[in-house]
Write a protein that binds this ligand. Structure first.
Ligand code: TYM
Length: 338
């Protein structure tokens, strides 16, 4: 197994990132180490320039996100951790795959529509071609499994389409250049929703800090955010079906279950009939207990910039080595003299 995944170093790591993706990175890293597979986890700093950004903030956020991932349990003795900008093969492969990706495929990407909004003409070209870079990110390492939240599923399908077309167009049937990657999406936390609006996903780009729990939030802040989370006046139902049409309640129960390792039915077995006055403090405490060791480690690790830079440089050297073979085969398959 080859596990590959990335996260943009913009803003804080939040609960959606953690439950939807990062927790699985760590679980898969530990499983894969036993079976001889490999994990590559990276900070998608090249993706971050597709939106307006401040250079000094991007540098600081890249280091902070590296510290956050280490605090969550990414272990550089088992996994390769790096930032894309130190591995030029990502940008190179993106260009090579631009010849295979189709305009029609990219036109269907919902993230471009969401992020460009009404200002399509003013959006950067990078925002449009972003999914091709994402395809390069995983195809470069022959990824077999990509642990992500549900919002990345469409990008992964595109990566498969690009890989398949490239293999068909340029490779002998018995010698494909690219492996088709499978998304790995946790059913219990595929899409964690905003605490202010149960129909919008929890996101770094939401202007309201109250909409998300950050992994660096202190205990009081976490409690305050959970207690102020939007809900309805009804008590929790005893059966799962009773959550239909109650997006906010459903989200809080899902978060509780994902944190405690219980199914939604089990959580409702315990809290069915109770009001949010009882459920919210219980959820807040569970969150605080889960986040406490992570935020303690994060606060410690983020102070040591030279150590973070050293870890990223070591990871990047390993990633450059691992990427070289696939990149060379891609140039060759396309008939490019080097
Ligand atoms: P990003 O930085 O937005 O998010 C990182 C990971 O967190 C997951 N996620 C969520 N999961 C559940 N509920 C949520 N509310 C939630 N919000 C975020 C995302 O699905 C993702 O797994 N384009 C990617 C980064 C990327 C990448 C890649 C990922 C670049 N290249 C190659 C995988 C493979 C992104 O912007 O994720």
């Amino acid at each position: 197994m080859r596990i590959v995944s990335g996260i943009q170093p913009t803003g804080n790591l939040h609960l959606g990132n953690y439950l939807g993706a990062i927790r699985n990175w760590v679980r898969m890293q530990d499983d894969v180490a036993e079976t001889g597979g490999e994990c590559f986890f990276f900070l998608a700093d090249l993706h971050a320039i597709s939106m307006p950004h401040t250079p000094a903030e991007l540098t600081a956020n890249t280091r902070e996100m590296a510290a956050a991932l280490l605090a969550c349990g990414v272990d550089t003795t088992k996994s390769v951790l790096f930032n894309q900008a130190q591995v030029p093969a990502h940008s190179e492969l993106q260009w090579l795959l631009n010849g295979t990706a189709r305009m029609g495929w990219l036109n269907r990407m919902t993230q471009f529509k969401d992020k460009s909004g009404k200002n399509r003409e003013g959006a950067s070209v990078a925002l449009f071609t972003y999914p091709v870079l994402q395809a390069a990110d995983v195809l470069l390492y022959q990824a077999t499994h990509v642990p992500v939240g549900d919002d990345q599923k469409q990008h992964l399908e595109l990566a498969r389409d690009i890989a398949q077309k490239f293999n068909n167009d340029f490779c002998a049937e018995d010698a494909p250049v690219f492996t088709l990657p499978e998304p790995f999406i946790p059913p219990e936390a595929a899409r964690i929703m905003s605490l202010r609006d149960g129909t919008a996903k929890m996101s770094k780009s939401d202007p309201s800090e109250m909409s998300r729990v950050n992994l660096s939030d202190d205990a009081d802040t976490v409690m305050k955010k959970v207690k102020k989370a939007k809900t309805d006046p009804e008590p929790l139902p005893s059966e799962e079906a009773g959550l239909e049409g109650r997006a906010e309640a459903k989200n809080l129960v899902a978060i509780y279950g994902a944190l405690s390792g219980q199914s939604v039915a089990e959580v409702l077995g315990e809290y069915g009939g109770e009001g949010f006055g009882k459920f919210k403090p219980a959820l807040g405490e569970l969150l605080v207990e889960t986040l406490r060791p992570i935020s303690e480690r994060f606060n410690e690790l983020k102070q040591d910039t030279p150590e973070l830079d050293r870890q990223l440089a070591t990871g990047a050297a390993k990633a450059r080595d691992a990427a070289a073979d696939t990149l060379a085969k891609t140039y060759e398959a396309l008939g490019l003299l080097r």
